[in-house]
Design a protein around this ligand. Structure first.
Ligand SMILES: [Ca+2]
Length: 247
């Protein structure tokens, strides 16, 4: 399955022609969705920064190549656990064997999902391998631009109810499912937070992260708005935190 988008159920009593039309539209939507997924690393040149930047967040598939090529062990794998948000208890749980490939500690997730459960050190190592680096928070803001292109966020009172009107119910979306921003870059606002190389001003063990995630309740969370940020410990692996590189 190329993505986990859900479509409205077909009514029990339905005209056969209407059903056929519905079926064809669904197939076309799925085909478009599959064919539009990027198959290789894509970069965009940002004139203001004189830098190239990943058009999409780094995916599980891309990170897999890094792991295999370098026989790399992530911080989460060295701990043998990582942080997963528990929607029932509204808290972060330490889940055994949650990692880049099994972000919830259960099954391997799709290659086209943004990679999560990566520490700041893991993200730096990946970007270095690609002859790049993480953006600073200031660079990230310039990449994000002025216009808010809201992507996959939490729609409803968190963590009780998510309407999933953006197509993704309590879950991460594959990359590239929402419109790009003014710089033709996708998935900056929502879906998963992104590491930056800017240290926290109050904790020397933490770094600034940008962009918000699918857990951002739009009624109070402003993480998906440019210029807003949070800070996270460098060795944190979380199931809503990923990254992209600049070159
Ligand atoms: Ca959503």
């Amino acid at each position: 399955m190329c993505n986990n988008k859900s479509y409205s159920p077909i009514p029990k009593e339905v005209d056969i022609m209407l059903f056929k039309k519905y079926h064809i539209i669904c197939c076309l939507l799925l085909l478009f969705s599959c064919s539009s997924l990027p198959q290789k690393l894509e970069k965009v040149y940002i004139e203001k920064l004189k830098l190239e930047v990943d058009r999409f967040e780094v995916t599980i598939g891309q990170f897999r190549e890094f792991i295999i090529t370098n026989n790399y062990q992530t911080t989460a794998d060295s701990f043998a656990w990582s942080g997963v948000f528990n929607l029932d208890t509204n808290s972060w749980d330490s889940i055994h064997h949650a990692n880049w490939e099994k972000p919830l500690g259960k099954k391997e997730e799709d290659n086209n999902l943004p990679v999560t459960q990566v520490s700041y050190y893991d993200a730096c190592a990946y970007c270095k391998w690609k002859n790049g680096r993480l953006p600073t928070a200031k660079e990230w803001d310039i990449i994000a631009g002025e216009e808010i292109i809201k992507g996959n966020v939490w729609e409803g009172p968190f963590p009780v109810f998510d309407s999933g009107q953006d197509g993704y119910f309590k879950s991460i979306a594959p990359i590239g499912q929402f419109s790009p921003n003014e710089n033709n870059i996708h998935d900056l606002f929502g879906n998963v937070w992104e590491w930056t190389s800017t240290p926290s001003s109050t904790n020397d063990k933490a770094m600034m992260i940008k962009g918000g995630s699918f857990l951002c309740d739009i009624s109070y969370c402003s993480g998906y708005i440019p210029s807003k940020y949070q800070t996270t410990l460098k060795d944190s692996g979380l199931n809503h935190l990923g990254f992209r590189c600049v070159y």
